[in-house]
Each structure stands twice: as structure tokens, then as C-alpha cells.
Design a binder for this molecule. Sequence first.
Ligand SMILES: [Zn+2]
Length: 296
Amino acid sequence: MYPYLFQKLFLLLPLAYQPPINEDGSLPNADWNFVQNGADWEGTCATGLRQTPIKLSVDSSLIVPLPRIFFGNYDERLNSPLTLINKGYTVEMAIPATSNGRKPFITGGLLKGQYVADGVHFHWGSPVSRGAEHLIDRTRHDVEMHIVHRNVRYMNIAEAVNHDDGIAVLGIMFKIVKNPDRVYPGLKKIFTALPNVVEYHSEAELLESLTLGQLLGDLNTREFYTYKGSLTTPGCNEAVIWTVFVRPLPIPFSDIHKLWHLQDSNGNPIRNNYRELQPRNNRPVFYRTNKGMSDF
Ligand SMILES: [Zn+2]
């Protein structure tokens, strides 16, 4: 742990950074911001017994032979335009239909029925802290990407968040590497456009299209944790079935740098935009492994 941290700090030392958000103690003008890692907006969040994020570990999970996640239309090219939006607390890309006129969707795992993809966004840390939301085996990874899906039973996200089976989110972890040995074309297209959405509410179109599957790269999608939780931004509705993949993808240092420079509504860099850990309240967490099991 320490050698890695040291290596990371060493890597960062030569670079000068702006101070963390709201270091002077001033309150943000936006409705809510991540002033203290999500600790400041309980008042606007629903409270209950199935909040997110939580710690995940094999030892505290039920190892069950769940079906793997099936990815529908994840290999179909998404229609243009693909637009990145700086939301002030994250950067988001809405997911349009694919070239075959359908939406990408997922099923399998704990999911009953189909969930269509709605949007992608990211949670990250700072030059001196990691920013994933879920902890996996006591490790907080550098970045967590969320692909948000809506149960096809419901008309839109606004309706889906009012149902306990309304939303399915895939959580994908990233780990900073100095010299990546792989490039993921889909992720590269998104990160290349980040400098065009530095300012709050700015938007930028991606120059080239991509498939949603390209955001997963060579991720091992057969190994995951899954449990019932909530959104991690207000109103934190308890409507989400979470599927969090275990293995992190590498993220080049030059790309995470672009996330750290995005700005909130006050012109401060968006940093540590993850919510603090929530009580598990004896909820079952299921762990699917591909070790020693036949392929379901
Ligand atoms: Zn999220």
C-alpha cells in the first residue's frame, strides 16, 4: 500500500495544482456540491436501509452461481451526436439509440427483465486521493465509471427512480497507470473531449462514434458484486440494482489529469466527487466468480 502511495505522490510532485474545492470554506452556489466527499448533502438525500456506496469484499458476500451479465446491442455503433456535458459535479454522456435503431441494454445477474442504457458518468478523486465510490476488498480505486440503465417497464428515468427495481447501474473501476500497455478506443474518445467541457454546463460533441462495449475494453465481466442500493447523488433514491465489476481497467495518468481539471459552478475543480460510505444494514451482497464454476 505505502510503496504504491509513495510512487503516486512522487509522480505528482512536479506538477502544480489548484487548491481543493472550497478550501476557503465558502459555500457553493449550486444546490449541492461534494464539499466533503458527499458529507454535506444528507439533507437532500433520501434516507433508508439500502443506501450506496458500501464496502464490498468476498468474505462478507454470498458466493452464488448467478448468470453472467448479458450485453445487448453493446457492440452496435451509437448514433451521433454523442455529447459530453459538464454537470458541475460530474461529466456525463447521454446514450442514444444504436445504428440498428435500438438502445443498448443489459440483463442477467440479479436483474429480472431488460434494462436499457441511459447515460455514462464518472466519479474521481484528486492528485492526492482516490475517488471510486465502492470499496473492493478495502481498496478505493482511482476512478469509478457508472453506466446507468432503466428498467424497460418504466417510461423514463424520472419514473424509474420511484421503483425499487427501476434502475440498474454497472460500476467499472479504473486504476492509474503511468505507461498503459493498452488503449481503449471508446474511452479514449471520451477523454480526448474532456478539455472541451472544462466549464460548468459546457457541452461538446465527440468527433467519432463508439459502441458502449468499447467503454468496457477487455474487462472481465464475469466476476462481479451485485446488491440492492441507491443512487449516490440526490435524491439517493433506493431504486438501484448495482453490479460492480471486480477488476479495474488501467487509466493513463494523462487522462485522469483531464478529470481533475473539470470545473464546478463556482469555477473550482471538481474533486473527490464520490459519496461517503453508507451502512450496509445486513443487506445481502452477492459475489459471482468465474473460478471453479461452469459458465452460466
Ligand atoms: Zn455515479
